[in-house]
Design a protein around this ligand. Structure first.
Ligand SMILES: CC(C)(COP(=O)(O)OP(=O)(O)OC[C@H]1O[C@@H](n2cnc3c(N)ncnc32)[C@H](O)[C@@H]1OP(=O)(O)O)[C@@H](O)C(=O)NCCC(=O)NCCS
Length: 170
């Protein structure tokens, strides 16, 4: 499945992608951080700048964002952090990803994490840190599918425990 960088031509497709999460009552999209208030052109520019390490704010590290595009529809997003900070080591890790609710259980999550791991490999990251809530059965299954091994579980106040996995990138 093809992973693509966000382009100017994706404005309508991105709107539909975000509306899908809204309709399902999911406010949080792991892997997608561009401000909703920005114009589409600004989002394209800022997100591509982050990949080159430009325009980073408040502890943010360079990151690569790719969408899964299937027949003109954006079905998922993956974001690869080029390095880890203490904050990302706690939760977030190298790779965050999300599939739009209407397209789940069709293998897109599996393809997205594969794409994210390929980006990690190109960056020289041999094993990627991937974290998720201990209650997130879908993500746990996808991570394990790629050889991820949980090495830590940590309790958090008012939130599910966080699981941390190392996943080989090649
Ligand atoms: C987690 C997520 C990315 C999985 O995406 P997906 O496209 O449904 O994943 P896949 O279709 O590749 O699923 C692969 C396997 O994972 C398992 N799986 C997926 N969703 C599951 C769920 N909700 N419950 C239990 N198992 C699940 C299944 O074994 C599935 O294979 P199957 O459909 O053949 O049974 C998606 O549910 C999502 O975007 N969730 C919200 C954001 C999120 O949690 N991101 C990860 C942050 S760490």
């Amino acid at each position: 499945m093809p992973l693509v960088a966000l382009g100017l031509h994706h404005e309508q497709a991105l709107r539909a992608f975000e509306a899908d999460f809204d309709a399902a009552g999911e406010a949080h999209m792991p892997g997608w951080f561009a401000d909703l208030a920005w114009s589409h052109a600004r989002r394209v520019e800022v997100v591509s700048g982050w990949e080159r390490g430009e325009g980073l704010e408040g502890g943010q590290v360079a990151c690569t964002t790719r969408f899964l595009e299937v027949e003109g529809e954006l079905t998922g997003v993956v974001n690869v952090r080029h390095e880890l900070t203490a904050c990302l080591r706690f939760v977030g890790g190298h790779v965050g990803y999300a599939v739009r609710p209407s397209a789940r259980r069709r293998g897109h999550g599996t393809a997205l994490l594969r794409g994210g791991l390929d980006v990690c490999a190109r960056l020289g990251i041999e094993r990627a840190l991937v974290t998720c809530d201990a209650t997130n059965d879908g993500s746990i299954a996808v991570i394990r599918r790629h050889g991820g091994r949980a090495f830590e579980r940590e309790a958090r106040a008012g939130k599910p425990d966080v699981l941390r996995f190392w996943v080989p990138t090649q």
